[in-house]
Design a protein around this ligand. Sequence first.
Ligand code: B12
Ligand code: SF4
Length: 507
Amino acid sequence: MSVTNPENKKKYGDESLWYPPIGLLKLATFHRKRGDEVKFVIGCDKTVFQESGLFTNEILWDRIYITTLFTFDWKNIIKTVNFYKGAVGGSIHKIFIGGIMASLMPEDIYEETGIQPVVGILNSPKKIGLDGKENIDQLPPDYSILDSRIYAINDTYYAYTTRGCINHCPWCGVSVIEPTYCNYIDIKPLIRQMRAMYGDKSRLKLMDNNILASPYIDQIVKDLVELGYGRGETTNTSPPRTRMIDFNQGLEATYINDKKISLLDKLNIKPMRIAFDKLSYKSIYINAIRIAREHGFRDFSNYMLYNEKDTPRELYERLIINIGLNKQWRNSYEKPTAVIYSYPMRFAPIKDKSSQKLNRNRDYVPPKKSKKIDFLYNAQWTKRFTRNIEVIKGAAHGAISPTPDLALRAIGETYEEFISNLYMPEELLRHRNKYEARIYANDPTRKPGTGAVENFREFILRLLKKQDKIFFEFHEAVSPCSKEIVRKVLNTSNNKEVREWLVWYLK
Ligand code: B12
Ligand code: SF4
């Protein structure tokens, strides 16, 4: 957790702001209903203690609640817990740690801090040592404790209509965080309370892990229509705004058929998120997109898990499938009839029983599958490759464009170009206009770049086709994404060309 300057965020809309810490907001509602005073702070905030007007190591607050999200935030979370521990003079019974990371690795947190985290959904005050019967998880979040310039609460409500998931995909933490599958939650009272408290907001983000698996999906859609999220419905504000539903965690393609889509058709869903996590789901995925489009859905957002059991080649093929669909939906001079934005999402491990504690870092790469690898056509993920995927995405604001020409330029027109891009020094990848000589049809007036991009591709493909000693020297120098290793090889390599290219990785 870090502090963001609210002034920097002012100009952005709700969609570009942070997701609110919903767990803490529900706890705020719970405590305020009991007449308690509540204050929200981000990260290690000394003002909490100064406000007490007392001397150091004194705190006015009776309880400190710390929420956690990703396991790879480990360092920051531990730092934050220790900060507040110090501030309450070590009386750790005042500190409560909960949320996602706390539920995924409670023993690790206990070992490190001496505090036993609260695991899972907060369905009873007993879990936080208080009396009462309320299901805290189903209380309306208290938006008033947050700065609306930092968090996306101006336009949006958040809710769950189900909890847990019937599947147990090995890469996913949901079966640990929400182990009991709850197939229906009536959100009507919650949304009505939120409207009464905070006004009529146009967006509803449903955070359900796998909503279409619920046998009560008909009832859920009925509830949403009753709440005014049907097609063409608007807010009761002046001016009125279109009400929109975002199934934030996506819809599982296997459940999408004519019957389910006819049901969803009643709702104003934007965007329609359908995941495409493995190439082997190709026909199921394409079929789901086809059915949804036939039913009039136009804005697709497609998450693609990568860096787990797949290969770069499989990711490229999935991206090409989306580019192909975008091409089909576009007549050369007219507006496309539908668009897909592709979001490659880097896998982050949930558990790690080995001593390496891989789930505490964001830069995980899967172990090598075999010693004998064809580094060209069966390349495996490396730190450099995952880094370069993020650079390619970053250049296009986090997504691969639905415009086919732009998408192909970003990822590479052929697999060979794609794999060269994954090896490419960041300087070249980030500043294509400066370094790419080729002029593309959609940007005919651009001044040609230096040609370093093309030269690099020629160099790396030559090496990849040989896979000899020189290739391995280069591959091992750049793959770990470490300037230190690059420098080392730069000092020892006898190959002039290798040395010349390595310099680019130090820029
Ligand atoms: C929404 C969401 C996102 C959102 C934003 C998350 C946010 N809030 O900021 C977005 C879309 C940005 C996102 C992105 C990613 N996500 Co995500 N996401 C989720 C999701 C679906 C819900 C999290 C959430 O906010 N829940 C809302 C609140 C109400 O529920 P809650 O946190 O469970 O709170 C309850 C309890 O936990 C408890 N509680 C919470 N806080 C506290 C505090 C105290 C003191 C107490 C006592 C109790 C308590 O009480 C609450 C009420 O019951 C979870 C899955 C899940 N079902 O939880 C995955 C999940 C957290 N994401 C995951 C992953 C992998 C990612 C990505 C890395 C994917 C990718 N490859 O890019 C990215 C990372 C982005 C980044 N920063 O780099 C993994 C985390 C794995 C890990 N190793 O940590 C999860 C668990 C899903 C999974 N596949 O396993 N994600
Ligand atoms: S279907 Fe989605 S939410 Fe359910 S276990 Fe698999 S990845 Fe997790």
